[in-house]
Write a protein that binds this ligand. Structure first.
Ligand code: GDP
Ligand code: ZN
Length: 312
């Protein structure tokens, strides 16, 4: 019998495909026997990115998954906002790349904020790619300036301008993907598949694009996520049809800690904990008034706070 440790790179429905990363030599495995799993509310107990112990009997092709290693992080999707049931999109992600465009389609800041908060809550590093940089009309450039001010200068995120069309800064992204498990996400039309193809032309087969909403919101969706090897090094997980990730449950008081520019000043709030809404002597509200925190970000915060109360 052969025993080893490998990473789940694909779930086909009937079995899993494993590989001992960084090597890319796939072999099938099933879950045999009982594995004690945390978070039994998940529709898939084992996800792409999970590191597992496996064994293969001599003379057999199909391996068995014997144990799952503890996850560094994981990203879920809920079938609905109210749903307790969650689908794990990926585990042990090193870097999330959020792709946006200033125009065609125009970026929606509340969406960006929800996305970033989710990554913060999961403890997954996130970078922002502004694609279609080649579209440099006045409107796009003005919006880009505001976008950079909010997300790079104030919130402290890495904002990289790229163009899948001209190849601008693709080498930077390619380099950053090396040795990591990268998850690419963005709304339909931002150029997600074009970017992945620019990073590695061999990956042009990846099916991106959004699935129909009806399909996505169905209770028994069968979207199987998959990891792909990048020729220059590293791995990409594409998230077809994902508008946003499901937020884990969090306490009201926690939410502002997922906004880096709020976290940076909230120590100065008179009340602790402070929800930064009605409390006097609130350092966050003061920073909004001073222009150190963008009103757009603060409004997103209030919106998410309200949702959290509503869905609880
Ligand atoms: P996806 O839905 O996010 O996978 O987006 P696609 O890769 O299918 O791209 C959507 C549209 O944007 C297509 O018409 C692409 O040709 C176009 N596109 C993608 N990247 C760029 C870019 O960097 N610049 C320009 N001008 N168009 C782009
Ligand atoms: Zn406060």
């Amino acid at each position: 019998m052969k025993k080893g440790t490998a990473t789940v790179v694909k779930h086909t429905g009937s079995h899993y495909l494993l590989s001992e990363l960084p090597a890319w030599e796939l072999f099938p495995a099933v879950v045999r026997g009982r594995i004690r799993l945390k978070g039994s509310g998940n529709t898939n107990p084992i996800a792409v990115g999970d590191v597992v112990d496996y064994s293969i009997e001599d003379g057999e092709a199909m391996g068995a998954i014997d144990a799952i290693h503890p996850r560094r992080n994981y990203i879920i999707r809920r079938s609905t906002n109210l749903s307790r049931e969650a689908h794990i999109i990926a585990a042990n992600v090193d870097c999330v790349w959020l792709i946006v465009t200033m125009q065609f389609p125009e970026v929606k800041l509340p969406f960006v904020d929800r996305f970033l908060v989710t990554c913060e809550a999961y403890g997954v590093p996130v970078n922002i790619l502004v694609n279609k940089r080649d579209i440099d009309n006045e409107y796009s450039l003005a919006l880009l300036k505001v976008f950079r001010e909010i997300y790079e200068e104030q919130a402290g995120y890495n904002v990289i301008e790229v163009s899948a069309l001209t190849g601008e800064n693709i080498d930077v992204v390619r380099e950053a993907c090396k040795g990591r498990i990268n998850l690419f996400s963005g709304v339909s039309g931002v150029g997600k598949s074009s970017l992945i193809k620019a990073i590695d032309p061999k990956l042009s087969y990846i099916r991106t694009g959004e699935l129909s909403t009806a399909h996505l919101q169905g209770k028994h969706t069968t979207t199987f996520y998959e990891m792909h090897p990048v020729a220059s090094g590293g791995f990409i997980i594409d998230t077809p049809g994902i508008r946003s990730f499901g937020l884990l449950d969090f306490e009201k008081e926690e939410l502002s800690t997922y906004f880096p520019e709020m976290l940076a000043v909230m120590d100065g709030c008179r009340f602790k904990p402070c929800t930064h809404t009605h409390e006097p002597g609130c350092a966050v509200k003061r920073a909004v008034e001073d222009g150190r925190i963008a009103p757009e970000r603060y409004n997103s915060y209030l919106g998410m706070l309200e949702d959290q109360t509503k869905y609880r």
